[in-house]
Ligand binder design. Structure first.
Ligand SMILES: Nc1ncnc2c1ncn2[C@@H]1O[C@H](COP(=O)(O)OP(=O)(O)O)[C@@H](O)[C@H]1O
Ligand SMILES: [Mg+2]
Length: 260
């Protein structure tokens, strides 16, 4: 067994214990939902063992601090698996666990909003899975001249509905995080940089929400130039002015330039 394997053998039970304890048993005394939580852990749509029997297809390889994305077919459903396991051990046990938790909580919070991947669940401490959404990213489809201002109005609506659930995405300006379905509807991907606003002081909420909206408007302006109205342009410019001082610039270890 190599050094990574030995470390996994030592750390993995510990990490699983901490996660299970925090997610399940710590709430047990206080929560009548505890038995349901324990049951749901045994009701995952598929497991890592299923992936060994029917290996997922690679969708995108992450670089050193990014997850690998792959597709797993189960009956008529295609799942996306976002997995930090191939990252180096210190990354997998820090960023990996943290990002999986953050994205999972965001997706769960947003269930029911059209344009959000459904049925997210934790496949392992380092991986989550959710439904694949057919379509192309805005990055891929922007040159096809098929994207209209109406698409961005719909995207804005998804973002406003997300904000109603007290969550900001903070990485919408990257066109790879926006998908256009075959019906022409928007979907938002990649909630690694998202932030639940529950514990953020109220004075910052409006600014954080404006960052998301400016992301929509930035894409809108690039893809359909000349169609952004004055009010939206003003918001975009106001946020852009503040961006030089900005700390919330999306996932700092992002995949924009290279992947593994
Ligand atoms: N639910 C999904 N449906 C379809 N494609 C997806 C889905 N999730 C991710 N992808 C594809 O994988 C790419 C990377 O996913 P993302 O969640 O943005 O990961 P990363 O953190 O590496 O940026 C997206 O640009 C998109 O092409
Ligand atoms: Mg992304």
């Amino acid at each position: 067994m190599d050094a990574g394997g030995v470390a996994d053998t030592v750390y993995c039970p510990f990490v699983c214990y901490v996660i299970l304890y925090r997610r399940t048993f710590s709430g047990m005394l206080f929560s009548i939902n505890a038995p349901i939580k324990i049951l749901s852990m045994h009701m995952m749509p598929f497991t890592l063992d299923d992936c060994k029997k029917n290996p997922p297809r690679i969708l995108a390889k992450g670089r050193w601090a990014n997850a690998d994305l792959s597709l797993f077919d189960q009956g008529s459903t295609t799942w996306v698996i976002k997995d930090f396991s191939p990252c180096r051990l210190p990354v997998r046990y820090s960023i990996g666990i943290f990002m999986v938790r953050r994205e999972l909580l965001a997706l769960k919070r947003l269930q029911g909003i059209p344009g959000i991947a459904v049925e997210p669940f934790r496949l392992s401490p380092f991986a989550l899975a959710y439904h694949y959404i057919p379509g192309a990213t805005l990055k891929e489809s922007r040159r096809a001249d098929t994207v209209t201002p109406d698409f961005f109005m719909q995207l804005e609506d998804v973002v406003l509905r997300m904000h109603e659930r007290n969550l900001v995405h903070l990485d919408i300006r990257y066109m790879r995080n926006i998908l256009i379905t075959p019906e022409g509807a928007p979907a938002i991907l990649d909630f690694q940089s998202s932030l639940a606003l529950d514990r953020i002081p109220r004075m910052f909420h409006q600014l954080l929400k404006a960052v998301d909206l400016s992301g929509v408007y930035k894409c809108w302006q690039k893809v359909c130039p000349g169609t952004l109205d004055a009010e939206r342009t003003a918001l975009l410019e106001a946020v852009q002015k503040k961006r030089s001082l900005w700390i919330f610039k999306g996932y700092p270890l992002g995949t924009r330039f290279s992947r593994r």
